[in-house]
Ligand binder design. Structure first.
Ligand code: SF4
Ligand code: SF4
Length: 79
């Protein structure tokens, strides 16, 4: 079981809140604008992410999602 961290760059308004709250300094604001003219957050150091979900909880625009990913597709489903 792993996790994936997704930032919807076109929903992000570049407020920088997630960058400020990340305990591992994973996030930074991009140098390129998105479709709304904001500089969106991105994962500058994804390898340091501990999937604490603080950034998702803090984002006022719900632009960040963390999903659980099932790596072993043969794992039996609950009946
Ligand atoms: S899940 Fe936690 S460690 Fe990962 S980017 Fe968000 S705040 Fe940082
Ligand atoms: S908190 Fe949300 S809107 Fe603000 S920079 Fe981060 S992802 Fe973008």
């Amino acid at each position: 079981m792993g996790y994936e961290h997704i930032i919807d760059k076109d929903t992000c308004k570049g407020c920088g809140l997630c960058v400020a709250v990340c305990p591992k300094k994973v996030l930074e604001l991009s140098e390129e604008v998105n479709t709304m003219g904001y500089f969106p957050a991105h994962q500058a150091r994804p390898e340091d992410c501990i999937f604490c979900t603080t950034c998702c909880i803090m984002c006022p625009d719900v632009a960040i999602t963390i999903n659980k990913t099932v790596e072993d597709a043969t794992e039996p489903e609950l009946q």
